[in-house]
Design a protein around this ligand. Structure first.
Ligand code: KG4
Ligand code: ZN
Length: 363
């Protein structure tokens, strides 16, 4: 069975994984993630230059750990897969250059993986309770990719090892859902990245306390738009006498609790913001499921870790729903390796001195 080393450095997670092809899909032998969150949090967002410099420092030890944990030597590898696009160009370059060097030194094939296809492959990792029942019976499958950079709906008509011919049904016209979580969380003074903190703080809050906009909700088309939400939240905060955090140059400052909602009030804000985002996602997903005649739903990307989103989907979608485990929702090399293994099987590799160039864009 083919064994692969995968590398992911497209944003602020430095990750390496070792995977093996199984008779079903792919099994993860190790998945090491070094998160740079602590480095970026005082800036309230990812600083690209800081990210690439840290990847340079961390990638070698992260790869060593992934190999060691999986009991793999460099010589046992059949190929090297790496996220090649889209992402922060400097951060991508570190992963791509390292992967090229390793592949060249070992004389093994190099595989350039699209990060979005990687996320879609997170459901094809074996051993996940939610995904182990996934089979051709659920095709076509609507897949919702919700991350910090994308809110895309796809229709998937086939399963790996075939190429996923995922037809894009829609995208966000402006901010991604994860970006909306992060920006609204920042206005409330929550730490970066806001999504997970907003999720936690929303527990016990009243989701009906504020009626935040559910963009394009009345429309039949499947596109999303989340940029209005942060304005609505900022306006509501001001109307209630608070001072939204993050306006102007606030680097290095800490939010002043006296100027921001606390306790139940904060929980109410979080629950209402979260409800506006996840209800909007649910509504578009339901239209897509109906219009495409899908027989299953997959939800991937960082926002798929959101607890209220999962609860709402389980309550409202009357067909099988597949979620990756939390470790495969946010950026990780395991999903890149899963995609890479099937590319290897299809011969979609680069060998010899063929060029693999990092690309900031998705195509
Ligand atoms: O997939 P990902 O790690 O990176 C991108 O490819 O963008 O997604 C990161 C996004 C961030 O916006 C983060 O706040 C959001 O996923 N996120 C969440 C949760 N966990 C991560 N959003 C809402 N609730 C969560 N529990
Ligand atoms: Zn991602």
């Amino acid at each position: 069975m083919a064994r692969i080393l995968a590398i992911e450095t497209s944003c602020d997670e430095c990750s390496a994984a070792v995977l093996e092809r199984t008779s079903r899909f792919a099994s993860v032998r190790s998945n090491v993630i070094f998160s740079q969150i602590d480095l970026h949090s005082r800036f309230g967002g990812v600083v690209p230059e800081v990210a690439s410099r840290n990847h340079l420092e961390m990638l070698s030890p992260v790869i060593d750990e992934a190999l060691e944990k999986s009991g793999t030597g460099f010589k046992d590898l059949d190929a090297i897969a790496v996220t090649q696009r889209p992402g922060l160009i400097g951060a991508l370059l570190v992963g791509v250059s390292s992967a090229k060097a390793i592949a060249y030194a070992l004389g093994r094939p190099l595989i350039g993986v699209n990060h979005l296809e990687g996320h879609l492959h997170s459901i094809f990792i074996d051993g996940q309770a939610s995904c182990d029942k996934l089979s051709a019976a659920q095709l076509p499958l609507v897949a919702c990719l919700v991350s910090g950079g994308h809110t895309n709906l796809y229709l998937i008509r086939n399963l790996p090892p075939q190429a996923l011919l995922a037809e894009k049904l829609s995208e966000s016209r402006d901010d991604a859902a994860g970006e909306a979580f992060d920006k609204c969380a920042k206005l409330l003074g929550l730490p970066y990245p806001g999504g997970v903190h907003l999720d936690r703080t929303a527990k016990g809050g009243n989701a009906k306390a504020f009626d935040f906009p559910r963009p394009l909700a009345g429309k039949k088309d499947l596109d999303f738009s989340f940029s209005g939400l942060k304005t609505a939240v900022a306006t509501t905060l001001k109307r209630e006498g608070f001072e939204p955090y993050g306006a102007g140059a606030t680097w290095g400052t800490t939010p002043d609790p006296a100027k921001l909602p606390q306790g139940t009030k904060l929980a109410d804000y979080c629950a209402s913001i979260q409800e506006a985002i996840v209800q909007t996602l649910l509504r578009k997903i339901q239209i897509a499921l109906r219009e495409t005649g899908a027989r299953g739903l997959a939800v991937v990307g960082g926002v798929s870790a959101n607890s209220r989103f999962r609860e709402l989907l389980e309550q409202n979608v009357r067909m099988p729903v597949f979620f990756p485990e939390h470790q495969y929702c946010t950026d990780n090399a395991a999903m890149i390796g899963a995609c890479g293994l099937f590319m290897l099987e299809r011969g979609e590799t680069l060998t010899g001195d063929a060029l693999l160039a990092a690309n900031a864009f998705s195509s």
